[in-house]
Design a binder for this molecule. Structure first.
Ligand code: NAD
Ligand code: UD1
Length: 349
């Protein structure tokens, strides 16, 4: 299939291109590079040994999208494009709603005009809020998000559900990612946050490489085995492969066994490993695998954080034949290989 990846120059998108090529697909990438660097795409080309089309454009720019759909026969879209910094979304809600929501509105409209009605949407475990069930299944009710970023995911899921309900020709796949970390085993591509990282693993790797003095652990009084927050970390390469597996829905949706006819066309999957690791578990695993020390201090809880979040990933296994292959040690090893080989991310060249 030929897949249009919006936001394909970013962390998850760049890894997904590789897995798509390995599975025999080809891609067209559109990204406005607001949170990424074209160097990532050059390195992906090096890894796959092939060039692929890239358009520097904003997905809110209807003319650019229209041109791309006219130029290429696109079978399906994976929409990674979006702003994702939780803290920034609290201080710039309008910018987040405008970018993330309008981007998808324009994209969906251009897609249907060109008769392309297959989309995979990057959603997040954040839509479950403080989850009602642990481990979280897809049947777990959605919850209250604690920030505008989370609401854009939750609302866009609803938009996509409504679009599919109104026109059953659409195939909509909502992938709820848990906590992606790790990097491609080559060490050539990885996560490259702007400024001070918000997320745990980039903060750990930047501490290990000497860019940060120490890790702050946000609370050690949660109701978890060691008091620190528990999450379902997933290797980004496993996550990327989850997208390849989800393409099965577009190839033959009748093969997806568990659905009744009136439900065909809408598919929701958790992508996680099903294992929960605490902040201290991750720090210890990182130190052990990589032989480096991570100095840390305990800080106040971070507003909006929950104690425990991990999923039951069995639906994706049963219906898509996908399950995560890598464990926490490989995630720590590959995160460190990327950071230690590229201390300043893509800027180091
Ligand atoms: P990323 O920021 O690395 O990638 C997103 C890409 O989208 C960037 O390259 C950015 O330049 C581009 N972009 C943003 N707005 C755009 C627009 N209007 N037009 C064109 N390009 C635009 O983020 P990522 O970690 O690769 O995440 C990919 C997707 O997965 C995002 O939608 C994110 O919200 C979602 N997600 C990420 C995580 C995570 O932990 N990384 C978890 C759950 C969901
Ligand atoms: C966060 C976002 C979530 C988003 C996800 C992926 C919040 C509240 N949630 O999830 O919406 O989908 O990132 O981008 O921001 N931690 C520390 N010190 C740090 C950083 C993190 O102790 O410097 C702890 C956190 O308290 C948490 C765990 O590490 O217990 C994981 O944090 P993080 O990587 O930010 O992911 P989430 O909070 O799960």
């Amino acid at each position: 299939m030929k897949i249009l990846l919006t936001g394909g120059a970013g962390y998850i998108g760049s890894h997904t291109i590789i897995e798509l090529y390995k599975a025999g697909h080809s891609v067209v990438v559109v990204d406005n590079l607001v949170n990424s660097n074209q160097e990532a795409l050059r390195r992906v080309s090096k890894i796959i040994g092939e060039e692929f089309p890239f358009e520097k454009a904003d997905i809110r720019d209807r003319e650019s999208l229209d041109r791309l759909f006219g130029q290429y026969h696109i079978d399906a879209v994976i929409n990674f494009a979006g702003l994702k910094a939780v803290g920034e979304s609290v201080s710039k809600p309008l910018e987040y709603y405008e970018n993330n929501m309008n981007g998808v509105f324009v994209l969906l409209d251009v897609m249907r005009r060109h008769g392309c009605k297959n989309i995979i949407f990057s959603s997040s475990a954040t839509v479950y809020g403080d989850p009602a069930i642990i481990p979280i299944t897809e049947e777990c009710p959605k919850g209250q998000c604690t920030n505008p970023y989370g609401w854009t995911k939750s609302m866009l899921e609803q938009v996509l559900i409504d679009v599919q309900k109104a026109d059953r020709e659409w195939n909509v796949v909502l992938l709820r990612y848990f906590n992606p970390i790790g990097a491609h085993e080559s060490g050539l591509i990885g996560e490259n946050p702007n400024g001070i990282p918000n997320n745990l693993m980039p903060y750990i790797t930047q501490t290990a490489v000497g860019l940060r003095k120490e890790l702050g652990i946000f609370g050690n009084d949660y109701d978890t085995h060691d008091g620190t927050g528990v999450r379902d970390y997933i290797h980004v390469v496993d996550l990327a492969r989850g997208h390849v597996a989800a393409l099965k829905v577009f190839e033959n949706r009748n093969e997806i066994s568990s659905q009744r006819d009136e439900e065909k066309g809408l598919y929701i999957y958790n992508l996680g490993t099903g294992h929960g690791y605490s902040v201290l578990d991750v720090v210890k695993a990182f130190e052990k695998v990589n032989g480096v020390k991570i100095p840390y201090v305990i800080k106040e809880r971070r507003p909006g954080d929950i104690a425990t979040c991990y999923c039951n990933p069995s639906k994706a296994k049963e219906e898509l034949g996908w399950e995560a292959q890598y464990g926490i040690e490989e995630m720590c090893r590959d995160s460190w290989r990327w950071q230690s080989q590229n201390p300043n991310g893509y800027e180091s060249l």
